[in-house]
Design a protein around this ligand. Sequence first.
Ligand SMILES: CC(C)(COP(=O)(O)OP(=O)(O)OC[C@H]1O[C@@H](n2cnc3c(N)ncnc32)[C@H](O)[C@@H]1OP(=O)(O)O)[C@@H](O)C(=O)NCCC(=O)NCCS
Length: 234
Amino acid sequence: MSPTNIFKFRPATLAAGDDRWFVEAWDSTLPYLASIGSTSQWQYIPSNIPGAVSKVKKMVEDSDICAKKYPIASPKILSGNGVPPLDWDKAYVAEIDVKKEDVPIALADKYSNEHGETVTIPVGAMVLMARSPEYVRAVIPEQDENDPFIYLSFLMTDHRAGGLAKGSGSALLSIAKEEVKSLGLKRLCGDCWRGNGRRLVGYYDGQGLKAIGDFDVPKNEQDSWEGAVTEWRA
Ligand SMILES: CC(C)(COP(=O)(O)OP(=O)(O)OC[C@H]1O[C@@H](n2cnc3c(N)ncnc32)[C@H](O)[C@@H]1OP(=O)(O)O)[C@@H](O)C(=O)NCCC(=O)NCCS
């Protein structure tokens, strides 16, 4: 984590409009991905894809519902065999307080009408779930009675925030690990693109999420999306 950035964390909510901000932040990663030769990680602009917009909205909506149903992260919500309920979801926002004059140009319009010398801007987004997505089934089951886990379904930083966002992804991963421990679990899993020389797999490895298996999702007859499942153990 950058030594200069201090983040605050809160649940993402529809009421705060976080679903819309998640999509804006997602869009903002595309020029960065192109700049490092990772265009094939996400080949579309999320805000232009209704399926991506509704997927994000559902993630935040489900997190809202889960916050009411399971207000406290505790082993008490696990089933008798120690597995988290499949409808457990939690979406987070990492924020940073910044002097108005230091708001990056790409976000300046958004905060120009706010009162006060300091504004709070969201810089990182994360979604945790108690189930893995269908496309990783070759490597990991939806949930595992013998080795239960929480799944990292979404992690990104708002690249419009520049240096202010740096380290917020790593800080959110620390929150994810704490969440796993609060639930009495020992395992955090996730997946990422493994193209471009496994560079993103390397990022997760540095964060303690080690690759445990590769998978391929066919895009068409010739091509597939190459992914890797990662795992951290408490
Ligand atoms: C991955 C991410 C959440 C990490 O956030 P963070 O912990 O705050 O760390 P930083 O953003 O400072 O990135 C640290 C390093 O990770 C690497 N990295 C980040 N995203 C990467 C990606 N998609 N592919 C390859 N390397 C990546 C880079 O080496 C980066 O160093 P750089 O700043 O010199 O380019 C954030 O960089 C991000 O949003 N990346 C683009 C979207 C993404 O790939 N999300 C993960 C999907 S599984």
